[in-house]
Design a binder for this molecule. Structure first.
Ligand SMILES: NC(=O)c1ccc[n+]([C@@H]2O[C@H](COP(=O)([O-])OP(=O)(O)OC[C@H]3O[C@@H](n4cnc5c(N)ncnc54)[C@H](O)[C@@H]3O)[C@@H](O)[C@H]2O)c1
Length: 322
């Protein structure tokens, strides 16, 4: 991928233009609002300067370099000209996206890949038929120059080669593309985040704790393990028999829906996690004690880094043990 067009220069668009520029691509950026397009330059420059200052981008990534790497264009035709990948990041309204796609159909190169950054919309019915073979969703998280996940959802008639090209391009930029097998609004991360949000809201309304206390539970309980284990590997360490029994015997609405089929099948097969050598993951390569030691080593490293950084929410621990 060399020429990338980014449509929409708002919260996501300006940042995605920066991501692709830093990834070595030539970027053309547009927005229907001239003031937003103008503002995007300053936002990109500030973000880039921060990344350079903190060592996340090389020092030669200056404002001058940026001016050459990302050009801004008022016209859609000029922006889409020669584009191999077109990233759509305009407002989250089906009517606006449909109108833009119709206009884009007139001017985009025949082989250009279309990738929508939509958060929740099934955009595929909005895309003209002849573009379906190159249409997908590529969904980033803000700020995309720091959050590595990119959800890729192939359209129903998208050619696998197009998906692979975008996957490889995103991976080559040091990010983490996940190709979803089907479209669900919110993908994985936003859905899990929404479930957490709904639950903490309920706990707050029921008077279980203050916002600060609930945040402390999240920060010191859940969050610490997530970057190292995710959810399924964490379950393998907890032990799947316990997870299964707890999910079956739980009362009061926590974790509604029972244990789930995949978990039940693993437990029935005796694959109860790290101690048994298998669970959601295969742990057979090393003795359990070594896996526990690996986990603990990483948790200690993370705790030390977090103590040094501190959290913005309350209850952060004091001291610097790193
Ligand atoms: N904000 C986030 O955290 C986030 C994260 C992931 C995905 N998204 C998705 O990214 C997309 C953009 O979201 P955002 O937060 O950047 O919105 P935003 O409102 O900040 O920016 C959208 C921009 O699109 C422009 N626009 C509208 N119609 C246009 C057209 N026809 N041609 C060109 N530009 C047009 C608007 O002027 C605006 O500047 C949405 O689909 C949203 O769901 C947002």
């Amino acid at each position: 991928m060399a020429n990338v067009a980014v449509l929409g220069a708002g919260t996501m668009g300006h940042a995605l233009a920066l991501v692709f520029a830093m990834g070595g691509h030539r970027v053309r950026l547009t927005d229907s609002n001239p003031a937003t397009l103008e503002r995007a330059q300053g936002l990109m420059e500030t973000a880039l300067a921060t990344l350079v200052r903190l060592g996340e981008a090389p020092p030669d990534r200056t404002a001058d370099w940026l001016a050459g790497a990302v050009t801004r264009h008022a016209s859609l035709a000029e922006t889409a000209q020669d584009a191999e990948l077109i990233v759509e990041a305009i407002i989250e309204r089906p009517d606006a996206k449909r109108a833009l796609y119709a206009e884009l159909d007139e001017v985009a190169p025949a082989e250009a890949i279309w990738a929508s950054n939509t958060s929740y919309l099934d955009v595929f019915p909005l895309i003209p038929e002849r573009r379906q073979r190159r249409a997908m969703i590529a969904h980033w998280y803000t700020p995309p120059y720091l959050v590595d996940l990119c959800d890729l959802v192939p359209g129903p008639r998208c050619e696998p080669e197009a998906v692979e090209r975008v996957r490889a391009t995103v991976a080559a930029m040091g990010q983490v593309p996940i190709v979803m097998r089907k479209f669900v609004p919110g993908y994985v991360a936003n859905r899990v985040q929404a479930a957490i949000q709904a639950e903490v809201q309920r706990l707050l309304d029921e008077g279980v704790g203050t916002a600060q206390e609930i945040d402390a539970a999240i920060i010191h309980g859940i969050a610490l393990r997530l970057p190292i284990l995710g959810v399924f590997a964490k379950a393998d360490f907890t032990g799947l028999q316990l997870m299964y029994d707890a999910a079956r015997n739980r009362s009061g609405g926590a974790g509604e829906g029972g244990p789930g089929q995949a978990l039940a099948e693993l437990v029935e097969a005796g694959k109860t996690g790290v101690l048994s050598g298998a669970g959601f993951y295969d742990w057979s390569g090393r003795p359990p004690a070594e896996w526990f030691e690996e986990r603990d080593r990483r948790l200690v490293a993370l705790k030390k880094a977090l103590r040094r950084i501190g959290s913005l929410a309350g209850f952060q621990e004091k001291g610097d043990e790193a």
